[in-house]
Design a protein around this ligand. Structure first.
Ligand code: SF4
Ligand code: SF4
Ligand code: SF4
Length: 290
């Protein structure tokens, strides 16, 4: 990761203690994910959203906590080790679940010093940006896999937005518009933004650099290029090779700093992500958040 140029001290202050925004911290400080956000409002073709079905099976439903249980969980894990960040990373979309807002409100009272983080597909960002900033959320990861509707329509099957289901180009036009407007709005409110892009060989591999240019313009500070895990409707796609990932990361790094230490952790992970024996999870739900 190259050094951040021209960013304010706020970036330096927050990222000093954030394992997902600072590679040097990835094996030093911990984060705790609280799995309080089971619902999702879009359908990514690679996602293991079968967990919706799975959630009805014994064991899997038990991993979704309510905000009070999540606060207790934070209390426990912060006693165990050096946790600096608490994140809502699913198993669905953080913004599509009211529990996320309730949880961060409570966390602000019980643990005001912890960095508040969340990940989202960005569909609801424009309308939720102010609320997120007012809750004191410091860092947000937005997953943007395409900004060209022609490419995006092969990545997403549908979105559910304001009570209506949209498909095809109509759906992805709304999603892209909201992601970009949301990033701009949130960054103007002082929230630090990382953009995750899932590298899908043959689909968006040459396009991610275009995403980088646009999100940088909109105020994102960092990007994370992740390899596709071929699942669900994309199980016939190939997983990108290390060389393919490195090539795209190098191209993107010409535009915006790239975070390279990510190993795609689960929605219920806690501990120090870069230390295998100190990274734990609740042992219930597969990660659905890229
Ligand atoms: Fe929703 Fe995330 Fe799965 Fe996409 S990857 S369908 S945003 S939970
Ligand atoms: Fe935040 Fe995402 Fe890291 Fe979780 S994985 S702490 S939500 S950036
Ligand atoms: Fe965040 Fe990735 Fe590290 Fe997990 S492995 S803590 S998602 S940067």
């Amino acid at each position: 990761m190259k050094e951040q140029k021209g960013e304010g001290s706020k970036f330096a202050h927050i990222t000093r203690a954030h394992p997902c925004f600072n590679e040097k911290m990835h094996d030093k400080v911990g984060r705790a994910h609280v799995p309080i956000a089971p619902k999702c409002n879009i359908y990514c073709n690679f996602c293991t959203r079968d967990i919706n079905k799975d959630e009805a099976r014994p064991g899997v439903a038990a991993c979704v906590m309510d905000p009070d249980a999540a606060i207790e969980h934070v209390k426990d894990v912060t006693k165990e080790g050096p946790i600096s960040v608490v994140g809502v990373a699913g198993p669905g979309d953080a913004l599509a679940n009211e529990e996320t807002y309730e949880f961060f409100k409570k966390l602000g009272d019980t643990n005001p010093d912890l960095i508040k983080c969340m990940s989202t597909n960005g569909l609801l960002l424009p309308e939720k940006a102010e609320e997120i900033a007012n809750l004191g959320v410091n860092t947000v990861t937005v997953t943007v896999n395409a900004i060209d509707p022609e490419i995006a329509k092969d990545i997403y099957s549908f979105i559910k937005y304001k009570g209506k289901v949209y498909k095809g180009k109509e759906a992805v036009e709304i999603l892209i518009k909201n992601q970009l407007e949301g990033i701009e709005k949130l960054s103007n409110l002082g929230v630090i933004i990382k953009v995750n892009s899932v590298l899908i060989p043959g689909l968006n591999d040459e396009h991610i650099v275009e995403i980088a240019k646009e999100v940088k313009k909109r105020g994102a500070s960092l990007m994370n290029v992740l390899p596709l895990i071929p699942l669900n409707k994309m199980k016939e796609y190939s997983k990108p090779t290390c060389a393919e990932i490195e090539k795209v990361r190098d191209e993107v790094e010409e535009i915006i700093p790239v975070f390279r230490a990510c190993t795609q952790c689960r929605a219920d992970a806690f501990g120090i992500p870069g230390k295998k024996n100190e990274d734990k999870h609740l042992g219930m739900t597969p990660a659905s958040h890229y």
